[in-house]
Each structure stands twice: as C-alpha cells, then as structure tokens.
Design a protein around this ligand. Structure first.
Ligand SMILES: Cc1cc2nc3c(=O)[nH]c(=O)nc-3n(C[C@H](O)[C@H](O)[C@H](O)COP(=O)(O)OP(=O)(O)OC[C@H]3O[C@@H](n4cnc5c(N)ncnc54)[C@H](O)[C@@H]3O)c2cc1C
Length: 502
C-alpha cells in the first residue's frame, strides 16, 4: 500500500504580516525574546507601503488628543528615538517644531495646543512672540506673529530606519520573507497562514498590514473599521536650498491633517507638504501627484516662507494615510480571536509612535504566549546580537558623502577601492554602497535608492540608473531587463538582446 506523503510546513511562535515601520519595529522588539519569528511582506522589499512616502518627522506630540491612542503613543515614541537611534547607530536630529500663527487672536489656539502637549507629557514647550520667531527663523514671513516651540521634535530617514531594524532583527534570529502576500488565514490549535508562495503555522499572528489591515482582519472574522485612504502629496527642493529653515514649520492644523509643512529633512533637502485628500475605496492605490495639489502646497507654504523658489522643486511624490473609517485613531492590541493581534490604522503620527507601539505589542504577545502556556515566560534580552557577539553582521555601511576629511577618504578607499567609483554624483553614492545595498537584500532600483539615496538628487537618476542596473544584474546574476523599479509591473528595460541574457 502506498504511504500518504506528509508535508511539514514551517512553524513559528509569531508571524508578523507587513514590512512597514510598524511590522518591522514589532519584529525587532520580538527578536529580543527567545521566539521563532517570521515577517511576511507582499511587496518585493520592505518599506514599499505607506512607510515609503511620509514626511520623516518624529513629532513632539502636542497635536494629538490626550484621550486617544495617538496622544498616548506619540510623545512616548518620540522620547524613545534618542536611545534607539544611538543603539542602531542611525542618524536622527532633534531640529524642533514651530507651530506658527498669523494673527494675535490665534495665541489662544497655541495655548490650547500647549495644554494638550503637556497632558501628553511633551517636554520643553514654549510660546514665543514674533521677534523670537524671526530670530530663530529669519526667512519666515514678517506677517507671522508668534509660535508654539517644541524642541523635542526631530527628523529621521524612515526607510533607513526600517532596513536597519530589519538587519538587526535578522541578526537576532528573525526570518523575513518578501514577495509573499498573505491570502488566507485559518485557525484550529494554531494559525495556518497561506501566502502566494507557501504555508506557515504559528501560535500568534500580528496584523500590521497598513492599508490592507481591514482585509487581513476580515480573514479572521475580526470586526474592524474599513481602512480609508487619505492621500498626501509632497514636493522636494534642491539641496542648494538647504538651510532656508532649520526647524519644522507648521501652520495651525485643519480637521483632516496637521496642515502643509516646511520640513528640513534629515538628508538636507527641504520638503513641502503634505496635502490631505480623502480617497474613494477604488483609489486606495492612487499615488499620483497633480497640479492642483502642487498649487495648493505652494500657496500655503509661500504664505509662511515667501523666499521659496518654485524652480527649485526637483521631485514630487504621494503617500497614502490608512484612516480607520469613523474611528480616526490607531487600532492596537488583541482581538476577539485569541492569539490574533493588530497594529493597524496607522496614519500620522505612526512613524513617531512606532517604537512605543512595538514595545507594548511585544509585551502583549509575550504575556499571551506564557499565560496560554504556549511557551514558558522568558526574560527579554536587551542587547542585540551584534553587541552580544561582537559580530558585525548588522552593521550599516559607511556613506561616502559623510566622510569629510581627505585622510578618512584615503582609509575608506584602502578598505574598499569601490568607494572610489562615484555612481550617483548628485548624492555622492559610491559603487561600494550600491553593492552593500544589494547584499542587504535590494533586488529593485527603489530598494537600492531607499538604502543609499542613489537617484534622489537633482538629476533624479538620469546619470546613475543604468550603471546601477549593470551592477545589480551582475551581482544578482540576472539579465538587465529583470531589474525593475519596484517589482511587478515596473519594468525599466523591456528585453536584453543576445543569447547570454535570455
Ligand atoms: C504623506 C504622509 C506623511 C506622513 N508623515 C508622517 C510623519 O512625518 N511622522 C509620522 O509619525 N507619521 C507620518 N505619516 C504616517 C506614517 O507614515 C504611517 O503611520 C506609517 O508609515 C504606517 O506604517 P505601517 O507599517 O502601518 O504601514 P505600511 O508601511 O504600509 O506597512 C504595511 C505593509 O504591509 C504589507 N501588506 C499589506 N497587505 C499584505 C498582505 N496581504 N500580505 C503581506 N504583506 C502585506 C504592505 O505591502 C506594507 O509594506 C505620514 C503618512 C503619510 C501618507
């Protein structure tokens, strides 16, 4: 008699769905516990969802209603960024926020925000007059009469953060799989997760699927508000205009958003935006930019900073905020299904709140696993593998543009001669950094761009794209036409001629 073949599907303690800032931070937190953990991401790389297109601000926390989860987690997350950036050796600058007003009668609004901020435990808040405001920011319009100053606000590079967290989590033993869309989940004694490529078992599932948070919840029959999209267009100025403002400049907010901002980004260029456009369900993936959004931003920003030169705009992009319908707050925690946790509906300030949310979700999951006797209670190890073993698997490669002294440059060239070939001239990205990005897992041009800044400068990739494709094709051993912008349906080269490239 023929024996039936049994297939053993890989089994985990925890599966996280979604490789944005929320899922990756949770994975990193969980990687300090002795658990077998897996992250599943549907796109070809991490940071290709909501987290790829945001303002990169670590907000102070005075905007949020203290009764909401956004209020609870924003200032808490902000405070954690000093420690986390130091631990991950990640650039982060506390540049401060200024909420500006144009009329004396608006001082009452500043006092309201100050009160909210104090309730949220935001530190260092101060209301300043026009003289002090113009001393801090001499290029701002003379018509502005005062501001709320929040020194704790900062700027970070969101993708660099995600890739670094992923690298550390991997070093701590986590598994990350990309290009695996979760298409169904069932539960008996454990969860069975079906993806576009395979099947996994797990004791716990965490839904951190951003815009698809509601779809994943529905797979488990968990009642969750529909996730609606609110688009935000943003525009970048040439880095020649770096220094026009030093702080993040906010107008008074609208009911939909924090308003149109002027942001001195971590990497130098000033960014303007975002808009706040409520989208129909069918347009949740529409990340186009348009003249209307551009004009709206220019009008609002010029009022605060007349010195802005429209000809200095080098790029525009859009992001989509996931807003839970009629709920307008984050959705975090356990659900009606034991072992199924959620961290969804993460609109702004999701990037700021992420470390605090991740710590709480990891605690909830660990308590659930030990209380349900699925694992024994284990102590959290606060060190990362890199520090534990003095091993440098998760180190961040050195950036050519950050090396200022010639003697240091010589050292760098000696350590790796590929630092001597500058592939992206606008952002000074070397061949060594491009190769490091590919070895870190980049398989698309956007993956390389987000890890290195290649193609983000004035020429927007006009000079470096083809060289990067050549390097990627040879490093990944694929024909040139297999290198896409961001995976499916984003072909750059239609075909490669010659039989060696078939
Ligand atoms: C224009 C704009 C500006 C913003 N500015 C700021 C700011 O300055 N400061 C701040 O704090 N916040 C800001 N935010 C908010 C912040 O960007 C978000 O809160 C955060 O990025 C949400 O992260 P996430 O991990 O929840 O979602 P995502 O980054 O979208 O991650 C979810 C992931 O799940 C994956 N996924 C979905 N379905 C599946 C499936 N079936 N199987 C497997 N994977 C799946 C997706 O591909 C995605 O990668 C801004 C947002 C926008 C749009």
């Amino acid at each position: 008699m023929k024996r039936k073949k049994t297939v053993n599907f890989p089994s985990y303690d925890v599966v996280v769905i979604g490789g944005g800032i929320i899922g990756t931070f949770i994975l990193y937190e969980l990687s300090h516990l002795p658990l077998k953990i897996l992250l599943l991401e549907k796109e070809e790389d991490l940071a290709f969802g909501v987290s790829k297109a945001n303002s990169g601000i670590i907000h102070a926390g005075f905007h949020e209603d203290p009764k909401t989860l956004k209020g609870h987690y924003c200032a808490k997350g902000n405070a954690l960024y000093s420690k986390i950036s130091k631990k991950l050796q990640l650039p982060f600058k506390r540049v401060g926020e200024l909420l500006v007003i144009k009329e004396e009668r608006e001082y009452s609004a500043l006092h309201e925000f100050m009160k909210k901020g104090e309730q949220n435990k935001v530190t260092g808040l101060k209301i300043i007059d026009g003289i002090e405001l113009h001393r801090l920011e001499p290029h701002l319009s003379e018509q502005l009469v005062g501001a709320l100053y929040a020194p704790s606000a900062g700027v970070i590079n969101p993708y660099e953060l995600i890739y670094t967290l992923a690298r550390f989590a991997r070093c701590n033993g986590a598994t990350l799989l990309r290009g695996e869309e979760v298409i169904a989940i069932t539960k008996d004694n454990s969860f069975h997760i079906y993806t576009s490529k395979g099947r996994y078992h797990s004791k716990v599932v965490i839904n951190a699927a951003g815009m698809n948070g509601d779809t994943i919840a529905a797979m488990m029959g968990v009642a969750t508000p529909a996730i609606e999209g609110r688009k935000g267009q943003e525009y970048l100025l040439d880095k020649k205009h770096k220094g026009l403002v030093k702080h993040i400049i906010f107008p008074l907010p609208t009911p939909e958003s924090k308003g149109t901002l002027i942001i001195p980004t971590l990497d130098g260029p000033i960014m303007l935006g975002p808009t706040a456009e409520n989208m129909q369900a069918k347009d949740r993936e529409d990340l186009s930019t348009d003249q209307c959004g551009y004009q709206e931003i220019m009008e609002r920003v010029k009022f605060m900073l007349p010195a802005i030169n429209e000809r200095a705009i080098i790029a525009g992009f859009s992001g989509m905020r996931p807003i839970p319908r009629e709920h307008h707050d984050f959705i975090i925690g356990n659900t009606s299904v034991a072992g199924f946790f959620q961290a969804i509906g993460m609109h702004s300030p999701g990037l700021t709140a992420a470390p605090a949310i991740a710590m709480d979700v990891a605690k909830m999951v660990s308590n659930y696993l030990s209380e349900s006797k699925l694992i024994q209670k284990q102590k959290r190890c606060s060190k990362d593998y890199q520090q534990k073993e003095h091993h440098c698997l998760c180190h961040t490669p050195k950036k050519l543009r950050e090396v200022k002294k010639f003697s240091e440059l010589q050292k760098l060239w000696k350590s790796d001669p590929e630092y001597g070939e500058v592939v992206c001239r606008c952002e000074e990205v070397s061949l060594a950094e491009i190769r490091a990005a590919i070895r870190d897992g980049a398989t698309t041009l956007d993956g390389v761009k987000f890890r290195t800044r290649m193609g983000m400068g004035r020429c927007q990739g006009a000079f470096c794209t083809y060289r990067a494709i050549e390097v990627m094709a040879s490093e990944l051993a694929v024909p040139h036409h297999k290198i896409s912008k961001k995976g499916k349906k984003s072909t750059i080269i239609v075909a490669t001629l010659g039989k060696d490239h078939e």
